[in-house]
Design a protein around this ligand. Structure first.
Ligand SMILES: [Mg+2]
Length: 247
């Protein structure tokens, strides 16, 4: 994999990790798919596969993984891979709404990335760029929010923007729903971690979407504390309206 560029490498790792997770599901009888077992096995297996691939292909780069130990030495590194081996793990085995996130941050800016959604049989990457959405936004903007925040974010957006609101799990799935034009924006009013947002942001920006905090500020990555206050991924014409409601 050393001959791949960063975009290709992100896509290759996201895709192969997604396939390994699908294989794990297929090889686990449904009666063994209880809570608290399979998603942890998936988290660990996916994490080790990603770290092994990155160590082999980019031995000098740092890695921040949801499932890894973070000693914060990455903060002083220029090139850092920020990964979520299994995003939306509570849906793993129950719905198609889980994803694999692989992103490369260079000096705090996402420069390459991929999001695999095996349940939709697709991996999106920063190269080749996703096809931009050409259709216009309907009379009611369609906005996807997090299940855990639907009572607050969802209600707010419904009332202020007359939005049609839906809620699903997995930040990657919600972001890719915007990328493929199912919805016009993804809004998350609470905090989330950099591994939740980094690869989705890299891919969404490559698709021509705008990504920022809910207060309109720039997103920062590879911070010492990887917690981030809120996320908007939206079609450009909707961003100001959403920020006005959410900030
Ligand atoms: Mg995860």
């Amino acid at each position: 994999m050393t001959d791949l560029d960063d975009h290709q490498l992100a896509a290759e790792i996201a895709q192969s990790t997604g396939q390994k997770l699908v294989d794990l599901l297929h090889n686990t009888p449904s009666h063994q798919r209880g809570w608290g077992g399979l998603e942890y096995e998936g988290d660990a297996m996916a994490h080790h596969h990603i770290v092994d691939c990155l160590r082999a292909a980019r031995p000098d780069d740092a890695v921040l993984s949801e499932e890894g130990r973070d000693d914060r030495s990455r903060v002083n590194e220029s090139r850092v891979w920020i990964v979520d081996p299994l995003d939306g793990s509570s849906d793993f085995g129950y719905s198609p709404h889980w994803a694999v996130h692989i992103a490369l941050v260079v000096d705090g800016v996402p420069t390459a990335g991929a999001v695999a959604v095996p349940g939709w049989e697709t991996t999106w990457a920063t190269e080749p760029k996703p096809t931009p959405i050409m259709s216009s936004i309907g009379s009611r903007p369609r906005i996807v929010v997090s299940r855990s925040r639907s009572h607050y974010d969802g209600r707010l957006l419904q009332q202020a923007l007359n939005a049609e609101v839906m809620a699903v799990g997995s930040a990657g799935v919600k972001a890719m729903a915007v990328v493929r034009g199912d919805v016009d924006a993804y809004v998350h009013g609470g905090g989330l971690y950099e591994w939740d947002s980094c690869a989705p942001v890299a891919v969404a920006r490559a698709a021509g979407l705008v990504c920022c905090r809910t207060d309109g500020a720039d997103l920062e990555f590879n911070k010492s504390d990887p917690w981030s206050p809120g996320l908007v991924i939206a079609r450009p014409e909707l961003v100001d309206d959403i920020v006005n409601v959410m900030s």
